[in-house]
Ligand binder design. Structure first.
Ligand code: A3D
Length: 320
């Protein structure tokens, strides 16, 4: 049986890391597409040359021609520009919207059966635009953000509690932006919800509040340290987790930017929600119950995403 084909649209920092991880995990053959001539070819060759030592047989190819992504099973989109210090994700809207148009058209023409994972920021609005431009079924187009935001939350919690990250589960909902909603009530250490851990005296409300804020600012913290570009190792790992769930029909429960219609009080919006990912793409949105405070935070996040979608329509009338 032929290996699955994974197309990476954008061969920058995240694209290169995605290619390396996909090859090491033997998820399939990899095609890296970018408009920069030489970059995808150079990175593909460099990673292919790591194959003998690593022991993988995946074929890697770099290209500037969309025809080479033909028949891809998965497309992961990182094309566009990342943030610089002082910029918000929303500042990238105008430039990355144009990129989503060309990427959407490329996927529509050459890989219409793919499961598409968008990473380009501002995430929720770009996933929506990419779906509009590509015309693919909504359950086959989603965005990576919740897995990363939850991973950051889990990492900070594991350090606070001095326990393995494996035993920490965490839940981040809403848009991938300053209004994201880390759900303390649904996050656990060894199955014990965080509010119970405060009652048990294992941590304090103040410490937990600081961790929630650090999670919200997780992307900016790394942008501030790197100074050129944004995070790429953890974002790539998170998207690979989603791609693997699809390719192996794992039915993973993962938070991601998905089209929510009829759950969480929404009727037709791409926003971060708990989903089940399997061979049919986004197979289910989990309609969790929110309390009043959580609902208020989620609504703020939803309103911010709606504002960005309206801004996209203002910039590109074909989306209106
Ligand atoms: P970078 O290393 O600059 O790579 C982007 C690549 O896109 C470059 O190689 C460009 O040449 C290429 N590109 C630009 N325009 C096009 C086009 N029209 N078609 C094809 N390729 C093009 O950035 P990066 O890899 O660090 O980040 C990529 C995107 O991911 C940015 O928008 C980031 O803001 C975003 N990002 C999102 C998250 C989330 O959690 C959602 C996290 C980190 C970064």
């Amino acid at each position: 049986m032929a290996r699955p084909k994974i197309a990476l649209i954008g061969a920058g920092q995240i694209g290169g890391t995605l290619a390396h991880l996909a090859a090491i995990k033997e998820l399939g053959d990899v095609v890296m597409f970018d408009i920069a001539e030489g970059t995808p070819q150079g990175k593909a060759l460099d990673i292919a040359e790591s194959g003998p030592a690593e022991g993988f047989d995946a074929v890697l190819k770099g290209t500037n021609d969309y025809a080479d992504i033909a028949g891809a099973d998965v497309c992961i989109v990182t094309a566009g520009v990342p943030r610089k210090p002082g910029m918000s994700r929303d500042d990238l809207l105008g430039i990355n919207l144009k990129v989503m148009k060309s990427v959407g058209e490329g996927i529509k023409a050459h890989a219409p059966n793919a499961f598409v994972i968008c990473i380009t920021n501002p995430l929720d609005a770009m996933v929506w635009a990419l779906r509009e431009f590509s015309g693919l079924p909504r359950e086959k187009v989603c965005g990576m953000a919740g897995v990363l935001d939850s991973a950051r939350f889990r990492h900070f919690l594991s350090v606070e509690f001095g326990v393995s990250m494996k035993d920490v589960t965490a839940f981040v909902l809403g848009g991938h932006g300053d209004t994201m909603v880390p759900l303390v009530r649904y996050s656990t250490v060894g199955g014990i919800p965080l509010p119970d851990l405060i009652e048990m005296g294992w941590t304090s409300q103040e410490k937990l509040d600081a961790i929630v804020q650090r999670t919200r600012d997780g992307g900016a913290e790394i942008v501030g340290l790197l100074k050129t570009g944004s995070a790429f190792y953890a974002p790539a790992t998170s998207a690979i987790e989603m791609a693997e769930a699809y390719l192996k029909d794992q039915k993973r429960v993962l938070p991601c930017a998905a089209y929510v219609d009829g759950a969480l009080g929404l009727n037709g919006l791409y926003v971060g929600a708990p989903t089940v990912i399997g061979a049919n793409g986004i197979e289910k949105i989990i309609d969790i119950k929110l309390n009043r405070d959580e609902q208020a935070m989620f609504q703020k996040s939803v309103d911010a995403v709606k504002g960005l979608v309206e801004a996209c329509k203002g910039i590109d009338p074909s989306l209106a």
